[in-house]
Design a protein around this ligand. Structure first.
Ligand SMILES: O=P(O)(O)OC[C@H]1O[C@H](O)[C@H](O)[C@@H](O)[C@@H]1O
Length: 575
């Protein structure tokens, strides 16, 4: 069926400089114990030795053959997309968190919408301004809402579903369910709700495929087909990569094994910041990769920190904690990025280069990286399929939301160490003014550390640009890696590494008073309160893990103006 897709695999080269011999030794060790064969047989002792962990690990390896499982289901998914268009739908909004929405985010950016596809939006934040923006940008009655949640219990997608269902009820009464589709695991509580609410369709995914390994299941493919992507070719290329990594028996060279062993060994030797360099059209691939790698490897004080969007600079700015991975298109010169990566390689940094023929090669890249991440986890001797520290933030948030339900508002937990120009600073370091607080906070940075911006704000091009400037400034002056994520998205992604990985992060949390908040129907709180509780809950969790934090509350300053004020103080602090 897919035999024509087996031979041609996108080009990958690895320049591992002084690490080559250590990587070769580990590869030899893995080959000597027939790692590839054991991997496909789900031999859990390749990762961990504890019997319970082994059992859990085995039960999440359904992703290994999910592309093959999905290939015969392509006609069913495509028929569904045709039916939706024939029913007059004009727009699709996919709503969910983490692994349930990362793939549609990548697709939307990497592919032009096909002529017969429907425009696609993704909602993965509780930020009220963003929810309003999504609502205002779609023709509600002709919009198909895809509520995507593997567990069916994640608070955000359930809130999004309830919000838009209430809106549609106002427009269509009992027929509101026609505009809703669920993607979830069999037996989830959400199946019951979606059935009761008359959802147009419920796609049952596979319990043995974890969220961040679900790109090639219904979670990625249903939105892709609605957007008009050729999902059959996407899957065939993934199957090509499956075969290259040994799904049908011995292979001379296994690209997933080689990449994973390299990343694992480099991390063990201190090169634990996987710095992704991509052309503009692939920047959201970085979001997907961040979740896969950080949530799989960032635990037990170990891990690989993937960095998407860390400013690309000249070699002397970087410490000895980097491996650079360039993913681009064969046919696209992307001259500036490639020249900088070449300079980094010449200066002795390890560099991996992967070149795609076109965006459909993402099918095989998803699979390559899933294998590589699982292999790197075997090198680090951890279970790649759990996320034990994500729960800490959820539990703290749930407790805060209980207070909101009982008392009507979030508790005031601590006082700011400083208030200046409309901004409140909360941190354990002190200072007479913002410049001094910031200088003292960043004064804690040492080689191998990273800055992590956690923005509980509305994502806009202007705020993105300001955060990029902030990252560039810190990188330039402190020579540390920089990461940035919008909350609550990153809580379901790199948040695992922040709490479970090594204690090398300096966390800068940005919060705001929501000028235009939005009530949640049937609940005694708003989206804004929910988002602020998520920020407070995660801050609590970071403190529980003794992480270094600075929360800057932008108050009513307005997000763009508030971040601008912070930037100004930071420029002085780091000058
Ligand atoms: O798909 P769901 O069950 O709603 O889960 C969405 C996300 O939530 C959790 O926080 C996990 O850490 C993620 O791995 C997962 O992708």
């Amino acid at each position: 069926m897919a035999s024509e897709a087996t031979t041609s695999i996108p080009d990958m080269t690895m320049q591992l400089v002084s690490y080559q011999s250590a990587v070769d030794a580990k590869l030899q060790e893995f080959n000597a114990k027939n790692f590839t064969a054991g991997f496909w047989q789900k031999q859990a002792d390749l990762w961990v030795q504890d019997a319970t962990a082994q059992q859990s690990l085995r039960s999440f390896m359904g992703w290994l053959r999910v592309a093959e499982t999905m290939l015969p289901r392509v006609p069913e998914i495509e028929e569904f997309a045709r039916e939706v268009k024939a029913a007059g739908f004009q727009h699709v909004v996919v709503m969910g968190m983490g692994g349930s929405t990362m793939t549609p985010i990548v697709f939307k950016q990497a592919f032009e919408k096909a002529a017969d596809g429907l425009p696609l939006s993704v909602l993965d934040t509780t930020n009220p301004a963003t929810v309003r923006e999504v609502e205002a940008s779609v023709p509600l009655a002709e919009t198909l809402f895809v509520v995507a949640s593997k567990s069916g219990t994640t608070a955000e997608p359930l809130a999004f579903g309830d919000y838009f269902y209430a809106r549609l009820k106002e427009l269509k009464g009992d027929k509101a369910g026609e505009n809703f589709v669920a993607i979830t695991d069999p037996g989830s509580k959400f199946v019951t709700q979606a059935t009761a609410e008359g959802y147009r369709r419920i796609f049952l995914n596979f319990a043995e495929v974890g969220g961040r390994f679900s790109a090639l299941s219904y979670f990625g493919l249903v939105p892709a087909a609605l957007y008009g992507i050729d999902i059959k070719t996407l899957l065939e290329r993934a199957i090509g990569m499956m075969r290259a990594t040994g799904s049908e028996g011995e292979v001379a060279q296994n690209p997933g094994l080689e990449l994973g062993v390299a990343l694992g060994v480099l991390a063990q030797q201190g090169r634990d910041k996987l710095t992704l360099v991509v052309p503009a059209g692939l920047s959201d691939f970085g979001l997907w990769l961040e979740q896969l790698v950080a949530e799989s490897t960032g635990k037990e004080g170990k891990g690989i920190l993937p960095l998407a969007g860390d400013p690309l600079n000249s070699p002397q700015v970087y410490g000895q904690d980097r491996v650079f991975v360039y993913v681009g298109y064969e046919s696209q010169p992307d001259a500036d990025n490639r020249a900088k990566v070449a300079a980094l390689q010449a200066a002795g940094h390890p560099v991996v280069t992967i070149l795609l023929r076109d965006a459909l090669d993402l099918g095989q890249e998803f699979f390559r990286w899933e294998v590589a991440t699982a292999v790197a986890s075997a090198v680090l001797e951890i279970n790649p399929f759990d996320q034990p520290n994500v729960q800490a933030a959820k539990t703290a948030t749930d407790q805060l939301m209980k207070v909101v339900v009982e008392k009507g508002a979030l508790p005031q937990t601590s006082s700011p160490v400083l208030q200046e120009n409309g901004l409140d600073y909360y941190t354990s370091v002190s200072g007479a003014d913002a410049t001094e607080v910031l200088r003292n906070f960043f004064g804690q940075a040492k080689a191998g550390d990273f800055l992590c911006i956690q923005a509980y704000l509305q994502e806009t091009p202007a705020v993105n640009q300001e955060l990029d400037e902030l990252r560039a400034l810190v990188q330039q002056q402190k020579h540390i890696a920089t990461a940035s994520g919008y909350g609550p998205r990153f809580l379901h992604s790199t948040g695992q590494y922040h709490k479970g990985g090594p204690d090398t992060g300096l966390f800068l949390q940005l919060t705001t008073d929501h000028a235009q908040d939005l009530p949640l129907p049937g609940r005694p709180y708003t989206f804004g309160t929910f988002q602020n509780a998520q920020a407070a809950g995660d801050l609590q969790a970071l403190h529980d893990y003794n992480r270094r934090t600075l929360r800057v509350h932008l108050g009513t300053a307005g997000e763009e103006a508030g971040v601008a004020t912070l930037l100004e103080a930071l420029r002085k602090a780091l000058a």
